[in-house]
Design a protein around this ligand. Structure first.
Ligand code: A3P
Length: 313
């Protein structure tokens, strides 16, 4: 199905219906619920795995028994569709081929969550009212928009539901800069959540670059925010479980086998670095984008790091 326009945004037709987008507005949350929000390709999967591991008290063995999208479902998805059906299909195909089922009953029990967690890419104004009013906690993760653009470009190459697998970087760059894509403008998305987070204590605003620099500090930050205390061993397990290499090789976190993503074209866990934009932006694109960035970010008191601390490969 084609992408469609609704409420001033472009939506992927296969996954989300206008009915669902509207129905989300009325979901009632509990104070212990956690929503991870982001503009796509900002580190959502990373923060989802971190939060999931933390709310399971660092029992990484238990969470390895369950795919991430079951532990941290996508809020705006037409429930009972795509991932779930495809996951069932994948499980039954595995069984038919004689593999043992992935989720054993005892693992299922062990991995029972102590807090419900979702992720969403919804723009702030379309979030459930209950979440906006402080009915649950919101963790927003963001990333410098040059790396974000490159990651989103690769995502368009592999996400079957976005229908833009042949879009080149030259074509993608102006779409990204103008916000004429799924989820709209990076600037509007990020700045609205940023402003909201300044005046709402139930919102934590994170940056990908900070997580790359000091994951341990950001884990503490998240634990404090959601009132979870991890002992040292559990903390170490969480951090190890959520490094790029561990997650890349963990098929319960890397979306392996999900038909929606053609990972033969580009991996979900693609590169995981700061500064990859230098391999894609021309000098001209970089200059134009810098101007756009200073214009849009002016007065926001929000800034990003675009360069890795260490020289990148
Ligand atoms: P790249 O495409 O630059 O590699 P999202 O989860 O929001 O879709 O974001 C995906 C981006 O986060 C990808 O960026 C992916 O590699 C990166 N990522 C995922 N897990 C990560 C981790 N543990 N450490 C660093 N980067 C990670």
């Amino acid at each position: 199905p084609q992408a469609y326009n609704f409420a001033d945004y472009i939506w992927p037709g296969l996954l989300m219906s206008p009915q669902r987008i509207l129905a989300i507005r009325d979901i009632e949350f509990q104070p212990s619920d956690i929503i991870i929000a982001s503009y796509p390709k900002s580190g959502t999967t990373w923060v989802s795995e971190l939060v999931s591991a933390i709310v399971h008290n660092g029992d990484t063995e238990a969470i390895k028994a369950k795919r991430q999208h079951e532990r941290v479902p996508w809020l705006e998805l037409n429930t009972d569709y795509a991932w779930v059906k495809l996951y069932d299909f994948w499980q039954s195909a595995q069984k038919a081929l004689g593999y043992s089922p992935t989720v054993k009953e005892e693992d299922e029990k062990k991995s029972k969550p102590v807090a419900r967690v979702w992720f969403t890419h919804l723009p702030l104004e379309l979030l459930p009212k209950s979440a906006l009013e402080g009915g649950c906690r919101i963790i927003y993760v963001s990333r410098n928009p040059k790396d974000n653009a490159v990651s989103f470009f690769h995502f368009h190459q592999m996400a079957r539901f976005l229908g833009q697998q042949t879009t080149t970087w030259e074509e993608f760059f102006p779409l990204y800069a103008s916000g004429d894509i799924y989820c709209g403008s990076w600037f509007e998305h990020v700045l609205s959540y940023w402003t909201f987070s300044r005046v709402n204590k139930h919102v934590l605003f994170l940056k990908y670059e900070d997580m790359k620099k000091d994951l341990s500090r950001e884990v503490s930050n998240i634990c404090d925010f959601i009132d979870f205390d991890l002992d040292n061993e559990a903390r170490k397990r969480v951090i190890h479980h959520c490094t790029f290499d561990t997650m890349k090789n963990n098929r319960m976190a890397n979306r392996e086998g999900v038909w929606l993503f053609n990972q033969a074209r580009s991996k979900f866990m693609r590169k995981g670095v700061v500064g990859d934009w230098k391999n894609y932006f021309t000098v001209g694109q970089s200059e134009i984008f810098d101007q756009l960035y200073s214009y849009k970010m002016k007065g926001s008191n929000l800034d990003y790091e675009f360069d890795p601390e260490e020289p990148f490969e």
